[in-house]
Design a protein around this ligand. Structure first.
Ligand SMILES: *[C@@H]1O[C@H](CO)[C@@H](O)[C@H](O)[C@H]1NC(C)=O
Ligand SMILES: CC(=O)N[C@H]1CO[C@H](CO)[C@@H](O)[C@@H]1O
Ligand SMILES: CC(=O)N[C@H]1CO[C@H](CO)[C@@H](O)[C@@H]1O
Length: 907
């Protein structure tokens, strides 16, 4: 404020220029000079030769008994007269006198030179100032002032008017009892005001008119760099604090404005200043003098999106406070920042998979959204129950369904807001991989906002400077506030909706009970929850609220790769393509299914329709499946065959290797060690439910016959006394079989005298008998005379089906083929429980086990020993042809469970 030089006393009246920054009173102004880099120098000029009234002043807080001083009469009208005339205008002035304290007195003219209006003269002419006493009219300027004063006095202007002039004294109110109440009483209507002081770029003192409240107003929604007051009383400005202050000051200080009082925060009033030249809040942001403030932006009545946009503009241009700013998406190409893509899958409640124009898939997370999660008690999961987030987390299902119904298969606009880098796991938060977070819109609707407003997601809170957030963050906050107010979804006080969804895939028992309902239902509604392969799906049945596994009927679709105990089995050609085809067509879509049957593993088999397309037919049409002969009986057989014709003739995809015989690739390994093939004749006497069997050695068969003969004749002559034998476990005995004959047996268990479990040691069968049908085994027929003749074996190279029904099928077959039949037996290898053998039919020398494999009744158990290579080769080839013909176990394709991760829950 001080000028150059320590010179005092009268000075040569050189003409100087400047812009009026502020009017201090009716006789003093502050003039701003030419900027010399940074805010320009300022000087206070008091008008020479006149005096005007002093303005009201607040009691100094530091002095105990100081009191508020009111306006002197006509002081405020004088200030206003000058303010309206001079603020922001160019003036020129001569400095005539300078006090030892450096205060300068001079004459001020409006405009560039002394031909302009003489301000002191105007004041005196209006009666708003008087000539200073003691000033003699000895210059032309002074005599002119005297003349003007005389005219004012006789015209009774201003201070010369009658009365005390008390009506020109304001009742200035420096404090407001209840600021919130005060703000509310204004009802957000613009209030006329004069900005009296600028503290920093975004905080001002304003005189509210007409009631003369002097209030501090913080601009809603933003904050400029400030002047921090240090402990020692000095101020340390933040970068650009002075520039921001000047920016506001030069535009608003002592200007007539209107203010919308918007809210109240710690006794400070939040507001927006309206000025015909534009609004300062937006300008400060755009010029990089301010940043948006989350907590107060919501009260900004003029639309927070404009503020965010202005801030974004400054950030993009790295203006001022943003000079070192790096955008969160700075290293993305424009085409990766903003694009249109098709939604192919919804993941949980805050993410989705989209298909890009390039055909690639990309996972997109919704910016700044937190999906429903388990809180409080719910978070303590029952360890025994596997959590199924979609159904078990409150509102997760509703959120997913909202997104699915709105977005699936639709094109959306994706605006990437930020990339959240991968994190490692901490104690409370699991690790996650890098995430692309974006604002996704469809038809102009921000889907995250819609989700939040329905109370199906919440908004993440950030640190003030955290830029990794939605570009429409305020709308999200506003939507959340609405959702809370209306008690929507997660904010509702009502009971949370519960989804009891039964997963009956793989549960043969339940599936069996359910089958008739589905068969009778004809077409049923379903939502495809997961696609395992081209022809294997998981469906949600909304009416029945259950999950089922569903296999597409009538086709042979290439199998995908699988994890087997022996390692990863590679997928068949086009299996991946078939899966993608099915996924794109039906994943998370509403479809109709016709269930025809169920396989042994509890999977339902049938037809699936979407928008008039039968997907079995579609797969065949696209050369991604062949028609299976089981389709013959169906209504769709003709359609399927017709669909197959083209691809088959053109040798497309699955038909491309049509002529080759896949059976060719049988292993031809040089046998290092010869397999021992030493078949001996045996009689198969018993086949167990586990597909083990008991045989008698034919060579010792005659010995057994003789023993039985003499034993029975001895018993006939000396029958056992009924009830004389008390059975104990492990005892050898004789037992009267249902054919009325006596046989050698061993007691396996005694439940009661009426229920004794015995094992016929020469035949391998078991029975439960009353003890009355048992007797002591005569010593001469004991096992030291002739060992037990039934020996237990099982089939080499085959896996017995785990499924009970399937196993019963094989056992029936084997019983029919070889029970009580003479076969040839060769021990191949030893195993748990009993030796593993191959059996041949005596006449044809055909391998019995291989026959079962060919029929598709059992699966091959591969042995790696070299000597078995050739034989295993035959077994595997037989299995392949059974599969190809879809025999028995294979009638619904390869039903062995896929290892695909369902639902994509793992993050
Ligand atoms: C100069 O102006 C200031 C500000 O209005 C005032 O306080 C001061 O009294 C004035 N000086 C004289 C001598 O009038
Ligand atoms: C409410 C209001 O006055 N808004 C204005 C803020 O200033 C910009 C220009 O800087 C105008 O476009 C807005 O209309
Ligand atoms: C009855 C039915 O839905 N048939 C459809 C099966 O799918 C094909 C398209 O792939 C349609 O053309 C049929 O109309």
């Amino acid at each position: 404020m001080a000028s150059s030089g320590a010179q005092t006393g009268p000075v040569a009246p050189a003409l100087q220029r400047g812009i009026v920054k502020m009017v201090l009173s009716g006789c003093a102004i502050i003039v701003r000079g030419q900027p010399r880099g940074g805010p320009p120098p300022e000087r206070q000029i008091n008008l020479s030769n006149i005096r005007a009234g002093a303005l009201a002043r607040r009691a100094a807080a530091s002095q105990q008994d100081s009191k508020d001083t009111p306006d002197e009469p006509w002081a405020f009208p004088a200030r206003e007269f000058l303010r309206k005339k001079l603020i922001g205008k160019e003036v020129c002035f001569t400095v005539e006198y300078k006090t030892p304290q450096g205060r300068e007195y001079g004459t001020v003219y409006l405009g560039k030179d002394t031909s302009g209006e003489n301000i002191a003269e105007s004041l005196v002419a209006e009666g708003l100032a008087s000539r200073r006493e003691g000033v003699r009219a000895n210059t032309p300027e002074q005599s002119r002032l005297a003349e003007l004063e005389e005219q004012a006095r006789s015209a009774k202007k201003g201070v010369w008017s009658e009365g005390t002039g008390s009506h020109t004294v304001r009742d200035v109110k420096y404090t407001i009892e209840n600021p919130r109440h005060f703000v509310d009483s204004m009802h957000q209507k613009p209030v006329n005001a004069v900005i009296e002081h600028v503290r920093d770029g975004s905080v001002v003192r304003a005189l509210l008119l007409p009631d003369c409240y002097l209030v501090t107003v913080m601009l809603s929604g933003i904050k400029c760099p400030t002047f921090k007051r240090e402990a020692d009383g000095t101020e340390s400005p933040e970068a650009f604090a002075a520039e921001a202050k000047f920016f506001t000051e030069s535009r608003l200080l002592q200007r007539d404005v209107q203010i919308i009082l918007e809210s109240c925060h710690n006794q400070n009033i939040l507001g927006t200043i309206l000025h015909p030249n534009g609004n300062i809040t937006e300008l400060l942001l755009k010029e990089g003098f301010a940043r948006c403030v989350d907590w107060s932006i919501a009260v900004y009545t003029q639309g927070s999106e404009k503020l965010r946009a202005a801030e974004r503009f400054a950030k993009e241009h790295k203006t001022r406070i943003w000079r070192d700013y790096v955008a969160p998406t700075a290293n993305l190409d424009q085409k990766d920042k903003q694009f249109v893509a098709k939604v192919v899958q919804i993941l949980n409640a805050d993410a989705m998979v989209v298909k890009l124009n390039s055909g690639d898939y990309k996972t997109i997370h919704l910016s700044s959204i937190r999906p429903p999660r388990l809180e409080g008690e719910g978070a303590q999961q029952d360890k025994n129950k596997k959590l199924r987030p979609l159904y078990d987390i409150p509102y997760m299902f509703e959120a997913r369904e909202f997104l699915r119904k709105k977005l699936i298969g639709k094109k959306v606009n994706v605006n990437v807001d930020y990339i959240r880098s991968a994190s490692t796991a901490t104690e409370t938060v699991p690790a996650f991989s890098e995430r692309t977070c974006a604002t996704v819109t469809i038809g102009g609707i921000n889907i995250a906002e819609a989700l939040v407003s329905k109370g199906l997601a919440t908004v993440i809170r950030y640190r003030q400077d955290d830029d990794q957030r939605s570009s429409h963050y305020d709308e999200l906050l506003a939507a959340e506030a609405r959702a809370i107010k209306n008690a929507k979804g997660l904010h509702s006080k009502k009971e949370v909706p519960i989804h009891r969804v039964a997963d009956i895939s793989g549960d043969t028992q339940k599936a069996k009970q359910f089958l008739p309902f589905l068969q009778r239902a004809g077409r049923s509604e379903a939502v495809v929850e997961y696609v395992f392969s081209g022809s294997r799906l998981k469906l949600y049945m909304p009416k029945e609220t259950c999950l089922i596994t569903f296999l597409l009927a009538g086709i042979e679709c290439p199998r995908g790769s699988r994890n087997m105990p022996s390692g990863v089995q590679e997928g068949e050609p086009f299996s991946e393509e078939a899966m993608l085809f099915t996924k794109e067509l039906v994943l998370q879509r509403e479809v109709e299914v016709e269930v025809e049957a169920m396989d042994k593993a509890g999977n339902f088999i049938g037809w699936l329709h979407i928008d008039g397309v039968n997907i079995s037919v579609a797969l065949v049409e696209h050369a991604l499946s062949k028609v299976h002969f089981t389709a013959e009986r169906s209504n769709y057989y003709k359609t399927l065959l017709a669909a197959e014709e083209g691809p088959k003739q053109r040798k497309e995809k699955v038909w491309s290797k049509f002529e080759e015989q896949p059976v060719e690739e049988v292993v031809t390994v040089v046998e290092e060690k010869e397999r021992n093939a030493n078949y001996k004749p045996v009689l198969v006497t018993e086949i167990t439910d586990e597909l083990h069997f008991y045989i008698q050695d034919v060579e010792t068969g005659t010995q057994l016959e003789k023993l039985m003969e003499s034993m029975r004749s001895e018993i006939a002559s000396n029958p056992p006394l009924e009830g004389s034998f008390s059975p104990r476990r492990g005892d050898y005995c004789i037992a009267k079989y249902m054919d009325g004959e006596w046989y050698r047996a061993r007691v396996e268990k005694v439940e009661s005298t009426a229920k004794v479990h015995v094992f016929y040691i020469d035949y391998g069968n078991r029975e439960v008998l009353p003890s009355t049908r048992l007797g002591t085994l005569p010593q001469s027929f004991s096992i030291s005379t002739l060992p037990a003749q039934a020996i237990e074996y099982c089939f080499a190279f085959i896996q017995v089906p785990a499924d009970e029904d399937a196993r019963a099928d094989v056992v029936d077959n084997v019983v029919r083929d070889i029970q009580n039949t003479q076969c040839l037996l060769n021990v191949e290898y030893s195993g748990a429980g009993c030796p593993h053998v191959t059996l041949q039919f005596t006449d044809s020398k055909d391998d019995v086990g291989l026959g079962l494999v060919k029929e598709g009744l059992v699966m091959v158990e591969v042995r790696k020993e070299k000597q078995f290579h050739k034989l295993i080769g035959e077994y595997v080839a037989a299995q392949e042809s059974a599969k190809a013909a879809r025999l028995n176990l294979w009638r619904y394709g390869d039903f062995r469970a896929d290892d695909a991760a369902e639902f994509g829950y793992s993050r």
